[in-house]
Design a protein around this ligand. Sequence first.
Ligand code: ARG
Length: 580
Amino acid sequence: MACFFRRKIAAKLGRALAQSEDVFIPALSAVPVFRKQQSPDFKLSINTLRSSGVLPSSGDTQQQSEELANRLKQDSVVEDISAGNGVIHFKVNRKLLVEKMLEPFGKEEDDHTFGLNSELFKTLKKGTTLVEYSSPNIAKKFHAGHLRSTIIGNFIANLKQSLGNNVIRMNYLGDWGMQFGLLGAGFGKFGCQEKLKQNPLQHLFEVYVQVNKEAAHNEDMMQAARDFFRQLEQHESEAVSLWQQFREITVDEYQRVYKRLNVHFDIYSGESFHQHGAQEVVQQLQSRGLLKTSETGAGVVDTSTDGDMSSVCAVQRADGTTLYITRDLAAAIDRKEKYNFDEMIYVTDKGQANHFNQLFHVLRALGHSWADRCEHVPFGLVRGMSTRSGEVVFLEDVLNEARNRMLHNMSQSKTTKEMDDPEDTAEKVGISALIVQDFKGPLHSDYKFDWDRMLQAQGDTGVFLQYTHARLCSLIRRNEGVCGFIFDPSLLLEPTSIIVLQHLLRYDEVLYQSSQDLQPKHLVNFLLKLCHLVASAHRELPVKGSSLEVAQARLRLFSGAGSVLAGGMRILGITPVDKM
Ligand code: ARG
């Protein structure tokens, strides 16, 4: 694997410069491949060596790279060493490249750990990561932002878990606030238990819309809502049990729909859990002298850098009730106590960036230094997410639309008829299209939702990933008798094969990059590129009609590529299909 070569090159450098080989590992990276063009395999960055103090930071980088390259000798692993501007390039022995890269795939069981045990991850701290994502609001719309949070959070949780962390997946529901006064009071007037059981999310949403309309012009309704919310806050059993029913039924329904996305949560928390804690936070702020009163009578914390109240965070309304952020403060403290996480990650739209800055600021002011290990992962807006029947209100609407559109596209193809469960395949492929569209760019960017584009079979789509995976599976299936445990590496020296393997050299680095900035684009683009390279290899290196030895070698290449593809797709939150 890539580590083998990185180590060999690092050892060579270590000997030449009388340094520990470890210092060279961070400066070495696999060279990204370009279509068909033969390139070296690894490059060493002189700048990285300069900034880590291995090389003097004065002097000409070109000269430094030439001097260093001249001191290195080729051997049976590293066949060619050449200096470029600020870099040194290394080319490894072709046969060894083939052998080492395809070694992990000869086992009986499919290997899904390729790249995950790389030494690049050894320096990363492993521990407990709490990832909070999805977090919809009961009775309200599940909008595009919630969908993004769901799939991005799931990706981050999968990645962290793959790299050996203990991951806690948490959903923090919007299950508290005046909307439950409205909903509770409105349910008495517009609600129906029968409908609630049949179609819970739909019915709660309808009641919520109706009661909001009514309350806009009917003061009695508004009063009833306030009364109901007060009853809730005072834990009156009738109100609480209705609220509980709404919550439970919503969680059950969400669990069912998340399953379609292959998403799950270890904990369904929510704002309601932290009413009491929120009051305690206010008291703590007060006793530490951090609570100030604003002109309007609200309780605020000074978050300005100069201590001049030029920016403040409101934690208490003038009437003494707490706010969204107060509950978040209490929730964060409670999570640290309960789960003792090493890091916590919140995934929401970038509109909440200021909210999280303030949250972390106030936590630090309260003496919680672990706030430095809390992170907000912001994402941009999605425009125009709608279905044929109109605006998206529920997560299920999007999933159904993706499945139906995909099913329609698939009905055009003859292999669909041979499938055991075309609906299930269409669902998985449709979801991968949603995910790839979303993950291709930087998370921070806004983008326009486009069903037609994302569902194209050619081009950089989730459909293309699935299609490539299914093709590889079918190739292996058709040649079951031919696949052997042994293969001859010297039969895979064609440029099209080498370029696939050179690309695989980068896999651990790509995962590393994603683990550092939590951006899925590195992995998505790596997999898309892999699919393009595999398509060329598939065209140029036929299995059918080749001699047994050649067929075996080629099948090993394709099954290796298929395994890496499947493993990467799973981290993204995509379930690979075997047929389509
Ligand atoms: N329920 C919120 C919303 O829909 C998202 C919650 C984000 N998480 C948090 N801890 N504040 O906007």
